[in-house]
Design a protein. Structure first.
Length: 352
């Protein structure tokens, strides 16, 4: 089966980009996308994945999102089946059937985060513009979802959003983690945070915790795309001296940090699923996460940083790895292959 994958863009690497590249490599698929930042892809070790650029985007919110939607609506690809990966790639569904949307979440700015998006605007004029964009783009978004043949959600949390926001049923396939690539390498003196630098990740919670723990250390890994609402947020962040913002790192360095950290911190708002907790647990490390959203499905342990001794952390390593095995890459790929075969056998027919 020839498969094409439409994915929003590769300006900053996060969980969605890793999923799209992992699936493309396993299926021998071509990825159609916008704003390709090749060095970021190469750092992940996916130089062999075929990429086709649909063009650059206007680097300004919300023009970037509108431009991306148009790029995918006009895109052309030739394959036996299509995977729609991301928020704006769903617009490619109208011209490409049979298709399957691997849904990380419906656009939260249009639904549950609409109020917070409006509150972040700098003036009544900007709020009015944002309100207008959200209204128009939400209507287009709902139409785009009617052109999707099958929806696969990444978690129960996202499945509920799909049902509530776009009125569609979906099945669940958890995102992949190649557990065999991670290891326990001991415990250094730092905690780890791995995420895109978006307001929804609520890094300020982590920073405040470490202001109260001056003898502890936090290393933050991740970046953001030009034209995202994250840019202003990042400029306003004020980390204490014991917090290091390291930006994006390559895969060997990321695995080394997982192997040597004391544990992972996650503070995202109502997280969709959370691949980084699985990667940390595959490294035998505990995860301290806010008790909401998709983290409930991947996190077993949550205790206060100050109360955890080195002996506590070492004792939990095996249990963490056993938990991570439930989300191994092999399970994801087998389930996605089966879903693509099923949707291809019933072209044009919507299925859960």
């Amino acid at each position: 089966m020839r498969v094409a994958i439409f994915h929003d863009y590769f300006g900053a690497i996060g969980g969605g980009e890793r999923v799209a590249l992992t699936l493309a490599r396993a299926l021998g698929a071509t990825v159609y996308t916008t704003d390709i930042h090749r060095p970021s892809i190469d750092r992940l070790g996916f130089q062999d994945v075929r990429m086709v650029s649909l063009g650059g985007l206007i680097p300004r919110v919300p023009l970037k999102q509108m431009h991306a939607s148009l790029r995918f609506a006009l895109a052309r690809a030739d394959a036996d089946a299509y995977v729609l990966s991301g928020n704006w790639a769903v617009y490619a569904g109208r011209r490409h059937h049979p298709n399957l949307s691997y849904c990380y979440t419906p656009v939260r700015a249009f639904y549950d985060l609409k109020r917070s998006v409006l509150e972040r605007q700098r003036s009544p004029f900007h709020r009015a513009l944002a309100r207008g964009w959200i209204a128009v783009h939400t209507a287009a978004d709902r139409i785009a979802w009617t052109q999707v043949d099958r929806i696969v959600a990444i978690s129960e949390n996202v499945r509920a959003r799909v049902r509530g926001y776009v009125g569609r049923d979906s099945s669940i396939i958890y995102p992949p983690t190649d557990v065999s690539r991670f290891r326990f390498g001991g415990l250094d003196d730092f905690w780890l945070s791995v995420n895109r630098l978006y307001p929804e990740k609520r890094l300020e919670i982590q920073f405040e915790a470490f202001r109260r723990l001056p003898h502890a250390r936090l290393v933050v890994i991740g970046g953001f795309s030009r034209g995202d609402h994250a840019e202003e947020y990042v400029h306003k962040l004020s980390p204490p001296p014991n917090v290091e913002l390291r930006g994006e790192v390559d895969e060997p360095e990321l695995r080394r940090l997982y192997a040597r950290c004391r544990g992972l911190l996650c503070t995202a708002l109502d997280e969709d699923f959370g691949m980084t907790p699985v990667e940390a647990m595959a490294s035998g490390k505990i995860v301290l996460a806010v008790d909401e959203g998709g983290f409930r499905e991947t996190v077993v342990f949550a205790e206060k940083i100050a109360s955890l001794t080195t002996a506590d952390l070492e004792a939990r390593a095996d249990a963490c790895r056993r938990r991570a095995m439930q989300f191994d890459e092999s399970r994801f790929l087998a389930a996605m292959r089966a879903s693509l075969e099923e949707v291809s056998a019933r072209p044009g027919r919507r299925a859960a």
